[in-house]
Design a protein around this ligand. Structure first.
Ligand SMILES: Nc1ncnc2c1ncn2[C@@H]1O[C@H](COP(=O)(O)OP(=O)(O)OP(=O)(O)O)[C@@H](O)[C@H]1O
Ligand SMILES: [Mg+2]
Length: 601
């Protein structure tokens, strides 16, 4: 409980503002000073033009000062030019600085994301992070901008005009100013409402993006299961929520106008009443009075803006709050200095009493012991959910073991440089992932700066070259979002070519369960056989052919390695593997080593 109140303090408006100023304001202090200077020039020009109303009026009344009036008319024109130029200048400076801040926040946020571990990504939807990068990052800029224009332009202008008012008539100034706090108080009451709505509108926008993304990526399922209505409902709900909260925000912000107008009306009315009494009855000079009223009217706009400063800032602060919530999640994969590089000589991978769970109390690996010998293929087989993919993930240090250790050639992989570890591993995942771009781009991801020749070579070895050049645009064929324009087997072979190009001593394959037709299965199989050559390979095997072609088979069940040996040994032992094999492939399955496998059911 105390944590939530601490959270509230940490992300309160004031704390956030201080942090924004500390982290971004200081860095751009020169630009902001320049903007402030320009703003004060503008504010000075405004105050001066109000002050000039006095000589203008007084000279008009006495009818003799036409020369002075000509001079004053010219002066006012110049003042307005100066004010225009100063406004242009500070707006340009502020916009550029603001955009630099947004860019900086986006870079920083992305950098922070890259340093997060799997758990972070598994607990969030991608669109949530997209709204952070987009809308919320601009929130940081907007919040700062509102404060700076508020503090700079509006406060300065107001101060200048108030000085003019005090100089012209101190009593009237007191009357006019005493009413200001009333307006400020009324406006502040609106803030909570606006803040809540801002957060809801961000959340709603994330759901809108999420629905669009799922519709595009899952369009086959959406159409095939007639999910249009379900998706439409989800979209409508989100759109309605956003519309409602944006409306509520607009309403909160709009209601500030009638409040300010009412307050200002009272102040101006009182001033006119008192002022005309002073001029007509008590014989004060009309110039001072008009100059005062001029200053008061000019002060209305900046005063109103200042009064709703707190309100206007809420939207930006909501964005800033969301950004900081992500930035404050400790980065789990920060590059650590001083760790030795992983050196792979033979490539022997060993799990020693490794325990691991994704959620507390739900053990997934339960003290597992396992060895993958160099220059050999170790197949992991076993029932779904047994922990095979988890083993593959732990070798790549996607998660850290809770107990026990994973070693590669005797080096505990928690104690070596993370990048050097992942450099030595080529991974083909259970669900193939392709990046945006062409086939060439996707294979090239395997090695920075790979030449065309290397890419084609890798594709040849992955048995992908022939189908690739079969396309009219060859290697430049677009793969579509997540490879949507390719067949399942083609996607797999591109992923294998990518792994080939990486030329790593350790190969991890998580075999897709989706049955390929026997022709493409053979193609993929041939590709895999050549990939495994001369390396340490661990393959999560679902296909008969992969299993029997492995050097060792390891049966994973309930987070333990329950059996270990060659296919023949394990069949002869008539244990778990024998049962597993019989139920998977039938009693009569006769595996053919390195031949055309025929799958029996
Ligand atoms: N990110 C995750 N968060 C929570 N639990 C998870 C996560 N990933 C996997 N699990 C759970 O861990 C267990 C082991 O999963 P794992 O993916 O290792 O199984 P598997 O042996 O590869 O299964 P399959 O043959 O179906 O691919 C399962 O019970 C699964 O529900
Ligand atoms: Mg799996």
């Amino acid at each position: 409980m105390s944590e939530t109140s601490a959270d509230r303090d940490q992300y309160s408006s004031l704390a956030l503002l201080k942090r924004l100023v500390r982290e971004h304001g200081r860095q751009h202090v020169r630009s902001y000073l320049l903007a402030a200077l320009l703003m004060s020039i503008g504010a000075g020009a405004t105050a001066l033009s109000a002050w000039m109303l006095k000589p203008v009026l007084n000279h008009m009344v006495d009818g003799e000062g036409f020369k002075t009036l000509q001079f004053l008319a010219g002066g006012v024109t110049v003042l307005f030019f100066v004010r225009g130029l100063a406004t242009w200048g500070y707006q340009v400076v502020l916009a550029r600085t603001g955009n630099r801040i947004v860019a900086g926040v986006q870079r920083r946020l992305y950098e922070h994301l890259l340093q997060q571990d799997m758990r972070f990504f598994h607990s969030r939807h991608s669109t949530e992070l997209m709204t952070h990068l987009g809308g919320a990052a601009s929130g940081v800029r907007d919040a700062l901008q509102v404060v700076i224009t508020g503090a700079g332009r509006d406060v300065l202008t107001l101060v200048g005009l108030i000085i003019v008012m005090i100089v012209q008539d101190p009593v009237m100034a007191l009357i006019a100013l005493s009413i200001m706090p009333v307006g400020g108080y009324a406006l502040n009451r609106l803030i909570r409402r606006v803040r809540q709505s801002a957060r809801r509108s961000f959340a709603g926008s994330a759901v809108i993006l999420e629905t669009i993304q799922e519709t595009v990526q899952g369009i086959r399922i959406v159409k095939s299961f007639n999910l249009e209505n379900t998706m439409r409902r989800r979209m409508n709900d989100a759109v309605r929520e956003v519309e409602r909260s944006v409306n509520r925000m607009a309403m909160g912000q709009a209601i500030s106008s009638p409040i300010s107008d009412a307050v200002a009306g009272i102040a101006i009315g009182a001033v006119i009443f008192y002022g005309s009494w002073r001029v007509s009855i008590a014989g004060a000079d009309p110039g001072s009075f008009f100059s005062f009223v001029g200053a008061l009217l000019m002060a209305y706009e900046p005063g109103k803006k200042l009064a709703r400063l707190h309100l206007d800032i809420q939207n930006g602060l909501t964005g800033a709050r969301m950004i900081y919530e992500v930035l404050d999640t400790p980065a789990q994969e920060v590059p650590q200095e001083g760790l030795p590089e992983l050196r792979v000589s033979a490539g022997r991978i060993a799990f020693e009493n490794v325990r691991f769970s994704y959620r507390e109390g739900e053990s997934v690996l339960d003290g597992i012991n396992l060895v993958a010998e160099p220059n050999a293929t170790t197949a992991l087989v076993g029932p779904s959910g047994g922990g095979k993919s988890t083993i593959i993930a732990l070798i790549q240090r996607f998660f850290r073991p809770e107990d026990g250790r994973v070693t590669i050639d005797g080096q505990n992989m928690m104690d070596v440089d993370l990048a050097s570890l992942r450099d030595k591993i080529a991974f083909v995942s259970q669900d193939i992932f392709l990046f945006r771009g062409t086939i060439r781009d996707n294979i090239a991801m395997g090695k920075v700066g790979a030449s065309d020749e290397e890419i084609i070579n890798a594709a040849r070895m992955a048995n992908a070259h022939d189908f690739i050049i079969g396309f009219a645009t060859g290697y430049d064929t677009n793969v579509g979002e997540q490879g949507a324009q390719l067949s399942g087997g083609q996607r797999q072979r591109i992923a294998i070519a990518r792994a080939f190009l990486k030329n790593a001593p350790i190969i991890l394959l998580d075999e897709p369960t989706a049955a390929l037709d026997s022709e493409s299965e053979r193609e993929v199989q041939k590709a895999l056989d050549s990939l495994r050559h001369g390396r340490t390979t661990i393959v999560v095997a679902h296909r008969l052919q992969t299993i029997v072609n492995s050097d060792r088979i390891c049966v994973i069940e309930n987070g333990r390695a329950v059996e270990n040996g060659t296919h023949e040994e394990l069949i002869a032992a008539k244990g778990t593997y024998h049962t597993f094999f019989a139920t998977q492939f039938g009693e009569s399955a006769t595996p053919v080593k390195f031949g055309a496998a025929t799958r029996s059911h």
